[in-house]
Design a protein around this ligand. Structure first.
Ligand code: 5RP
Length: 220
């Protein structure tokens, strides 16, 4: 079974959490499968709040109405992928560059269901470079501050986020205390969003695997 087939499995299993209303939809190849499955049951939902221009286009192409978060209030469900997840369901996200809107929609949602293939489950976060969205004029300053935290920040050149900002990918971190690191990086002037989702992690993790989709509940 390919990694993409495992992503598809996880995406299909997440349909069980869709109970109507407006739902939050994330970004990435796993979520693209979810959007395709969602189209099959679109009559059961009012629509979606999207975390990226890419997902908005895919949703609209499948005739799923897309709403501005400001017009819908809180959301009951958010479904999104991840680049890494640990057993506490703390995540690294932002490989696709949509981390800021993803963090906003996750924060506004009662339940966050994360979908991924099983290769994303790790003991310690940080093998995947940690994305940090930064105001362009602060890029060099933020990079120096991130280096002081022990990582090696690399500018994702030629990438501009949906919000007009740049991304630094911090390599070489072994993140033992994700919540603390999230707060420290949040406090650097010029940082818009760090792709650590630990203060608000996932509530449920659905992993596609060769044995089928399985759910991981957070350990404390
Ligand atoms: C985008 C993300 C994605 O959820 C993450 O990169 C996982 O992507 P994929 O489903 O393609 O493996 O955070 O910013």
């Amino acid at each position: 079974m390919t990694q993409d087939e495992m992503k598809r499995q996880a995406a299909e299993a997440a349909l069980a959490y869709v109970r109507g209303g407006v739902i939050g939809v994330g970004t990435g190849s796993t979520v693209n499968h979810f959007i395709d499955f969602l189209a099959r049951i679109k009559g059961r939902i009012d629509g979606a709040v999207s975390s990226s221009e890419a997902s908005t286009q895919r949703l609209q192409a499948l005739d799923i109405p897309v709403f501005d978060l400001n017009s819908v209030g809180g959301l009951s469900l958010y479904v999104d992928g991840a680049d890494e997840a640990n057993q506490r369901l703390e995540l690294i996200k932002g490989g696709g560059g949509a981390l800021t809107r993803e963090k906003i929609v996750a924060a506004a949602s009662e339940q966050f269901v994360c979908i991924a293939d099983e290769s994303k489950l790790v003991e310690v976060l940080g093998h995947f470079p940690l994305p940090v969205e930064v105001i362009p004029m602060a890029r060099s300053y933020v990079a120096r501050e991130l280096a002081k935290l022990g990582g090696n920040p690399v500018w994702r050149e030629n990438v501009v986020t949906d919000n007009g900002n740049v991304i630094l990918d911090v390599e070489g971190l072994a993140i033992q205390q994700p919540k603390e690191l999230e707060q420290r990086v949040n406090n650097i002037a010029g940082v818009v969003t760090v792709g650590l989702f630990a203060l608000r992690g996932a509530d449920v993790l659905i992993l596609g695997s060769v044995k089928g989709a399985r759910e991981v509940m957070p350990i404390s």
